[in-house]
Design a protein around this ligand. Sequence first.
Ligand SMILES: Nc1ncnc2c1ncn2[C@@H]1O[C@H](COP(=O)(O)OP(=O)(O)OP(=O)(O)O)[C@@H](O)[C@H]1O
Length: 979
Amino acid sequence: MESALTARDRVGVQDFVLLENYTSEAAFIENLRKRFKENLIYTYIGSVLVSVNPYRELEIYTKNHMERYRGVNFYEVSPHIYAVADNSYRSMRTERKDQCILISGESGAGKTEASKKILQYYAVTCPASEQVQTVKDRLLQSNPVLEAFGNAKTLRNDNSSRFGKYMDIQFDFKGAPVGGHIINYLLEKSRVVHQNHGERNFHIFYQLIEGGEEDLLRRLGLERNPQQYQYLVKGNCPKVSSINDRSDWKVVRKALTVIGFNEDEVEELLNIIASVLHLGNVQYGGEEGNASITSDTQIKYLARLLGVNGAVLTEALTHKKIIAKGEELMSPLNLEQASSARDALSKAVYGRTFTWLVNKINASLTYTLHLLVIEVNRSFEQFCINYCNEKLQQLFIELTLKSEQEEYESEGITWEPVQYFNNKIICDLVEEKFKGIISILDEECLRPGDASDFTFLEKLEDTVGGHPHFVTHKLADGKTRKVMGRDEFRLLHYAGEVNYNVNGFLDKNNDLLFRNLKEVMCMSENKILTQCFDREELSDKKRPETAATQFKASLAKLMEILMSKEPSYIRCIKPNDSKQSGRFDEVLIRHQVKYLGLMENLRVRRAGFAYRRRYEVFLQRYKSLCPDTWPNWQGKLADGVAILVKHLGYKPEEYKLGRSKIFIRFPKTLFATEDALETRKHSLGESSWHSKACKIMFIKGFIYRHKERCPENEYFLDYVRYSFLMKLHRNLPKNVLDKSWPTPPAALVEASEHLRKLCMQNMVWNYCKKISPEWKHQLEQKMIASEIFKDKKDNYPQSVSKLFVSTRLNGEDINPKVLQALENNSLTIISFCSQYAVPVTKYDRKGYKARPRQLLLTSSSAIIIEEAKLKQRIDYGALKGISVSSLSDGLFVLHVPSDDNKQKGDVVLQSDHVIETLTKIAICADKINTININQGSIKFTVGQGKEGIIDFTPGSELLVAKAKNGHLSKHSPSSNSIS
Ligand SMILES: Nc1ncnc2c1ncn2[C@@H]1O[C@H](COP(=O)(O)OP(=O)(O)OP(=O)(O)O)[C@@H](O)[C@H]1O
């Protein structure tokens, strides 16, 4: 890390703990921005890796890069995901402690990509025997399969994981991966039956339809058209440009084989996928309260694909089994109930098959260490995920604090308490027994009577209504009420407020499948489904656990696992919502910095000291800065460091010496030391060269210096060349305007000139590469202004440093509404469009200032409005010319064609930004070469063929008067009078 400290102004700091102003969110974001601009997507907060999605392939994941990070200390190389992967792996091997890598961030932030990068790193760098190679292959191949069944296109991410997963990789004592395990949390099953506009169902459905061979589709009774399937048309988005379903199908099909699925299993799996599509097409008709299935085509396919009896399935899809007075009765379902029973079956079949698939993959391998937190935008799931985030944040802060505290303790440094927000209060609000939101939800789901989402909300108000982190519409103050629905509750999470709509909470929490549908599935002959629907479930009279309680229990288990491991963290950030590379949307990023708790993390990490290093590392790096430690320190390491920092003038409050490490409190102390080292390196380099050259024929070389290169002068000439290059290296021009260049020795004049040109080309190239489109446009306009006005108009030089403001006179984008309102002469519009307009003043023939006018520019014409009454449209194409004086005034004349009798004559205008205004008009009107810059006077047409003249005379103030000769006379400050 130290290697890049010198470039910190341009590329920011590689570790946020080195930010001087570490409590400032603005400084944090600025640092991210600087690095992102340079394609540096990774930055540390201590050992936490912050990663910003580049949305483009970067050349930083090659085998060479992997090699660079292998076995190297964190701080010796620039931040990278490979450093985290390698560090965890080495800690596991050397400290014999289980490791885990936690990856979090919102949808599309890059979690899946991050986990793949880690897997690839291990696959390439870990040792492997032949047997291990199989595990490695399976490990990598499980990804496309999991993604096909668990990922979908959402508005935020074309390949969004719709389940949370925890992967565990096991390594043997030699460090080779020998196995793994995946736990999946909360698959978003509702996606199987419904998708929001612009979103898709899980990828596998489209892959099968697009890529499946003809006879396979025939067997499954499927058509090659996703529009035919009710479960695939809801989002109205069957095709996605970034996804190739056909080739993905091939990848998945092959991967299934690699991870050990035989042909029969694949066949059964695809039967299930196809049957879900057929289920979606089951249509109901019949009278209200008595649903019947309108066509038996689907049932025929379903019976075959699911291996069930068609008639029994039909009955189960239209009836519900109830037990009255010990007798079983079949009660008909109405249309709505039947549709939701059908959808519940589809969700259960797909959800359980997914779990089966994950277990099957688990059986085929034995492997890793990370958690991906999904982000779902549906209320109940979002509630669960945010609860999970809240727990992870709690763990994160606790563990960071704990490890800081432990380090201080082991180093014998007094711990200074850190103020931080403890989110236990929010975790309790959600999970506490009897009193927490989950308990209240379960109670409503299980109690007899008419429980509904609304009674749940009321119960919440009664029970946790007074909690400082809980609000509902009823309990809120007036302001909050305006942004809350009556069917919502709001939680004040550590990361901010979130409103949850209670609709669907009870249903999703119950996640019930009618008993008779379960019975049908238990009778299935499909081998996968027989494992998914266990007959024992039918005899178990106990109610199955609710979804929230299951989730809470699995989270508790997860926390236990994580607590027992050494965690590493990767925090992923999404730079914009449009999946564009190079776009840094500050508002969105600030939200994530908050949501991920990064400032809190930095505060805790920076609480005491910004920087710490082991004595030997510190001494090795900086020993040349002190005569006592250079070239080698022979005594105790701690004493060497003490002498070194004393020599460097560190003040006592700037550092502490622990048992094996030095702790430096402020980044500026480290930076100053680093800068001193840079300077020292140059002088060291020169002096060693110098002494060598002196020893060998230096004087002789001097005497022969003007001769051709020969044995007598070669050392001398090399030395001269070396010192000139070193001098150049230290004094290179800083930017394209910096024309300084060290004087070369006679022998290097030509080479120096070549270098100077190369250096300039390079700077120009770099400058052009970094130029934004807006800045390019600005420069182009400035160039045109220079062509027109340089050395011709007195106030041109003052305009050079002032930026042209795009909103002042924007040639384009005039809102059509504005134009329309202008046609109607509506006054209010003037203020509305003021950002596009420049106030101008008209001078009438008597020389009085007339009422102010607005000049609006559009791409094809200018419109002049005078208090919204007078409207004149000047067509740029027809403009005869533009005249302006050579003095410093802002007066100018637009000459309009005299045969246009709608015009009242030429337009005389005044602008405070005359150079900018005229440049922009000249560009729009294509009149760059025909601007008349007049010395004495300008003629203009007044209308009906009459002429007026404006005389310009230099003066100390602006004055317009009607002179005796009838001309308008304008005293304009000359360039001399403007200081
Ligand atoms: N390091 C990276 N290099 C290049 N592109 C990336 C990188 N990380 C992410 N991306 C791009 O961003 C997209 C979204 O990333 P990814 O699927 O990993 O997000 P996610 O956080 O897992 O989202 P979700 O929670 O929705 O699953 C990827 O498909 C890829 O195009």
